[in-house]
Design a protein around this ligand. Structure first.
Ligand code: CU
Length: 148
């Protein structure tokens, strides 16, 4: 059997660029508060992986406290409700945290953060594993900012 050596570097490059299927968290970003002292918000996608996983806690070294919230309709109004029992993601499924839906509120953020600054996020899952992510801070503003 002959192997075409000219193709080998291309194949290796493709393999290196393929997204890692085992990444539990992707697309993480942090929206800075419009006013210093107000909470910021974190958005990301959780991937269930082969066995599924449940996100139970988030911490950030740039925030004093992080809470998972969901937006729900109550009496015709959108209100925030804390996700106190975690967020279960089925095997091979994904759950998105995004503006207008599930989100993480970051309270007591460090002051003086600006767009592009790295924000450390640590995700803890029900099986005790943790994942550390560095998200880029985004400038506040946009129609999807929600008031508190
Ligand atoms: Cu909220």
């Amino acid at each position: 059997m002959r192997i075409n050596l000219a193709l080998l570097p291309i194949l290796l490059a493709v393999a290196a660029c393929a997204p890692k299927a085992e990444d539990p968290i992707t697309d993480a970003k942090v929206r800075l508060p419009a006013v210093d002292g107000n909470p910021g918000a974190a958005y990301f996608t959780i991937h269930g992986g082969a066995k599924g996983r449940t996100l139970v806690r988030i911490q950030s070294s740039e925030a004093g406290r992080a809470e998972m919230h969901d937006m729900t309709m109550r009496d015709g109004m959108m209100v925030m409700a804390p996700l106190t029992s975690g967020v279960a993601v089925p095997a091979d499924g994904e759950v998105r945290f995004e503006p207008g839906g599930k989100h993480v509120m970051l309270f007591d953020m460090k002051s003086g953060l600006k767009s592009g600054d790295p924000i450390q996020l640590q995700f803890t899952f029900a099986d005790g594993t943790t994942t550390d992510i560095t998200a880029a801070a985004e400038a506040p503003g946009g129609a999807d900012d929600h008031a508190h």
